[in-house]
Design a protein around this ligand. Structure first.
Ligand SMILES: NC(=O)c1ccc[n+]([C@@H]2O[C@H](COP(=O)([O-])OP(=O)(O)OC[C@H]3O[C@@H](n4cnc5c(N)ncnc54)[C@H](O)[C@@H]3O)[C@@H](O)[C@H]2O)c1
Length: 237
């Protein structure tokens, strides 16, 4: 029972993320229990109170545990999401869903970000804001995402201006909140052209540069639960 609890404790502590500790040489009681707690001297703890828990179970003073500064700290899980040195392109980046996503990417360590949008004022001020808050080199390119030529020119300019394209987020889009039976086909075609067809055009144009660079890349399409359910103020019939 005691052994089982000790194993449980060891597992619990091993899952915390932080420094490792070793019992101090002066703690005879703990050194004497090495056979019962194999590997206890490599226990990982995050906070001082974890050391206190170990000490309580082992009936030893908490001071018996000291940080083992010679051991490397464990890798933090958020480090796996760092984007240091990457360059991102985001359509519809100045506002709505796009801007907070741009902020998130910048906070993760981008070296450059390009915003593509129709609205110049919003785009320019978003780039200024991203540069002043995150120090990321931010450029705005005004275009209509439905314009294939403009999209291809913009991707070439981005590679020239910022060096490469590692990430593309397709957040430019529109939504019409009308009943399907009253929806004009022209408006429906416009939504499909901007949200779907233009996303393909942008992904293809950026994808060519990613393939040529040979480093891979990430292309993120934005969908919506409204594609499968009626979610906004519309009556179901
Ligand atoms: N906001 C939400 O909660 C939500 C949830 C799911 C999906 N969506 C979808 O995500 C997309 C973006 O939503 P949002 O809330 O960020 O919208 P938004 O209107 O706040 O922002 C969209 C941006 O896209 C730009 N844009 C629109 N048409 C363009 C074009 N032809 N060329 C270039 N830029 C163009 C606009 O200028 C604007 O800056 C939409 O398709 C929307 O339906 C939004």
């Amino acid at each position: 029972m005691y052994l089982a609890f000790a194993r449980f404790l060891h597992l619990r502590i091993a899952f915390t993320n932080g420094h490792r500790i070793t019992p101090s040489p002066s703690c005879r009681r703990i050194r004497g229990s090495r056979g019962i707690f194999p590997g206890y001297s490599q226990i990982a703890v995050d906070e001082r109170h974890d050391a206190a828990v170990v000490a309580e179970v082992l009936k030893a003073p908490a001071e018996s545990f000291t940080p083992a500064t010679t051991l490397a700290p464990r890798k933090r899980v958020l480090d796996m999401f760092r984007l240091d040195g990457r360059v991102a392109v985001i359509t519809g980046g100045p506002r709505g869903l796009g801007y907070p996503m741009a902020e998130g990417l910048c906070a993760a360590g981008l070296s450059g970000i390009a915003i593509l949008d129709l609205q110049s004022d919003l785009g320019e001020s978003a780039c200024e804001q991203l540069y002043s808050e995150y120090g990321v080199s931010a450029r705005f390119y005004r275009l209509d995402v439905r314009d294939e030529g403009a999209v291809q020119n913009a991707m070439e300019s981005i590679v020239r201006d910022l060096g490469k394209i590692d990430i593309l987020i397709l957040s430019a889009g529109v939504a019409d909140h009308v009943h399907a039976e009253n929806y004009s086909p022209a408006k429906f075609h416009r939504v499909i052209d901007i949200n779907l067809n233009a996303s393909f055009v942008c992904a293809q144009a950026a994808g060519k540069h990613m393939i040529a660079a040979g480093r891979g890349g990430s292309i993120i399409f934005i969908g919506s639960m409204s594609g499968s359910i009626v979610s906004i103020c519309l009556q179901r019939v």
